[in-house]
Design a protein around this ligand. Structure first.
Ligand SMILES: *[C@@H]1O[C@H](CO)[C@@H](O)[C@H](O)[C@H]1NC(C)=O
Ligand SMILES: *[C@@H]1O[C@H](CO)[C@@H](O)[C@H](O)[C@H]1NC(C)=O
Ligand SMILES: *[C@@H]1O[C@H](CO)[C@@H](O)[C@H](O)[C@H]1NC(C)=O
Length: 269
């Protein structure tokens, strides 16, 4: 089930969602959609959330998605589940998607059967300054490799790195890959790298970095992974063809291969 519960176009008033999870089937969802945002400057979105139930067990979970340029909803960039909160809790979203690109934030509550209670989101605000706690990513650069090579994305964020933070790479279609290695550059900046091993045409996609920290989540822009194909003839490399050309049936030697995910490698800055 999908319902927009409440929506105020003026974000200064604050958007609000309250789901009474009593009598709901497990997995039943409700969504709160924010208007599409086209921001030019570093900004922060913050909100308050609340999960409560009569028997002190969690009424369900709350997920946040960031949909870019009207693309797929993908996987959450922030979530909370299996808990009840002591009153309202504040969380921040540091979203590094800027004009001319646009994005939409979607809040989703998922109810658990048999735990009557409330899942609520309130006071969603777009602030014209950076987040206090959620780290902001610097621009994620496109990566271009020849087919078969490993492609390495470098996620760099401003803010303090904590051992409890979770960092991952999210593909345009929502697939998540953990980022293993982080390198603290100084007390205000850190970076993490992730390699897409043994690239093939199937690795061609857009990727972004996500971090979940104590105070909220940060998410970078989407960067492209461009995989170039070498076209051989009589043992000589003739030219490098872009993907479109390789897709055409007249080109011999279509590329086959599995996309592998390698462990993160230490970043070099
Ligand atoms: C960002 O800049 C563009 C082009 O100048 C403008 O159309 C858009 O409204 C701006 N966005 C915001 C949030 O001010
Ligand atoms: C968020 O969701 C992921 C999987 O979708 C799960 O592994 C993780 O534990 C969740 N985080 C929290 C805090 O619930
Ligand atoms: C590419 O990644 C794979 C898997 O992580 C690794 O075994 C291999 O050594 C890497 N190759 C290069 C050239 O770094």
């Amino acid at each position: 089930m999908f319902c927009i519960l409440s929506f105020f176009p003026c974000l200064c008033i604050g958007s609000f969602m309250m789901v009474n999870s009593s009598g709901r089937a497990s997995g039943q969802k409700a969504h709160l959609l924010l208007p599409t945002l086209k921001e030019n400057d570093t900004h922060c979105i913050d909100f308050h959330y609340y999960l409560s139930s009569r028997d002190r067990s969690s009424p369900g979970s709350l997920n946040v998605y960031v949909k870019v340029n009207g693309g797929p909803q993908g996987n959450p960039i922030w979530n909370v589940s299996g808990v009840v909160t002591e009153g309202w809790v504040k969380a921040e979203l540091a979203i590094s998607t800027f004009w001319p690109h646009f994005y939409q934030v979607i809040f989703e509550s998922v109810s658990v059967k048999g735990h009557p209670g409330y899942i609520a989101v309130d006071e969603v605000r777009v602030l014209a300054h950076p987040c206090r706690k959620a780290p902001h990513f610097l621009r994620l650069q496109n990566v271009e490799v020849n087919v078969g090579q490993n492609a390495t994305f470098q996620c760099i964020a401003g803010g303090k790195w904590s051992q409890h933070d979770k960092l991952w790479l999210q593909q345009w279609n929502g697939r998540d890959t953990a980022l293993m290695v982080t390198r603290v550059v100084n007390h205000r900046r850190f970076s993490a790298t992730v390699s897409v091993a043994d690239t093939s045409q199937r690795s061609i996609s857009k990727y972004r970095c996500v971090i979940r920290s104590d105070g909220g989540s940060g998410v970078s822009n989407y960067a492209e992974l461009i995989v170039k194909v070498l076209y051989y003839k009589s043992g000589e490399v003739l030219e490098q063809l872009p993907r479109e050309a390789v897709d055409a049936p007249s080109i011999p030697g279509g590329v086959q291969g599995q996309v592998g995910w390698g462990p993160g490698q230490p970043g070099l800055l």
